[in-house]
Ligand binder design. Sequence first.
Ligand SMILES: Nc1nc2c(ncn2[C@@H]2O[C@H](COP(=O)(O)OP(=O)(O)O)[C@@H](O)[C@H]2O)c(=O)[nH]1
Ligand SMILES: [Mg+2]
Length: 212
Amino acid sequence: MRGGDDNTVGEARRLRLSLKLLADVGLVGLPNAGKSTLLRRISAARPRVAPYPFTTLVPALGVAEALGRRFVVADIPGLIEGASEGAGLGDRFLRHVERTRVLVHLVDVGGGRLEGRDPLSDYAAVRTELEAYDPQLLSRIEIIALSKLDLVPDPAELEPLERALRSQGREVVRISSATGEGVEALLHAVVRALERAPRESLPVPSQAPAPA
Ligand SMILES: Nc1nc2c(ncn2[C@@H]2O[C@H](COP(=O)(O)OP(=O)(O)O)[C@@H](O)[C@H]2O)c(=O)[nH]1
Ligand SMILES: [Mg+2]
């Protein structure tokens, strides 16, 4: 652009701005694991729920409360969906997980089992995806929620799976977002985890976020 007689030349710049949501807790898991349903159960957020992938294209945030503490929970969509479709959506959503202090990793032990899925390999697949995005995510405090408990005919069957996951040093909770069973226990585990997760362990952003 020319600025009149003094021949000043303006500058054109292309900026790519990205929004990083700030949440205390990130819900991760394969598509259909029950993340959006859980968020609806524990908060006033109304993310879409449907039995097919790509339902959630925008991460939803909700405020949950337990033991007198309030915390922000983000439903992180796009894990695996994006990667397996080659759409690169995994990355687009995973950046929202970077600054969460605690992960809740949902593993479907009800519906998935009916489709012949193996919960341990589902779990491992998501961990692999997290690692590919940022290896530091593997050391973030993670609580495993075995979901859709209401679809498990004999919950005693879950014991070997729980032992295997606990032997990896993880806390494991059984939940059903349909009946509410175990959900309060999960929230208590989250509050305890948030208490041990120091805010200082977060990477310091290069610029302070703008006030909301
Ligand atoms: N029976 C049962 N179905 C569930 C439960 N949680 C989620 N679902 C169903 O599983 C499907 C996928 O749930 P959704 O929350 O959309 O999964 P997301 O892709 O991880 O967000 C939907 O049909 C839900 O109604 C649960 O606790 N019990
Ligand atoms: Mg969803």
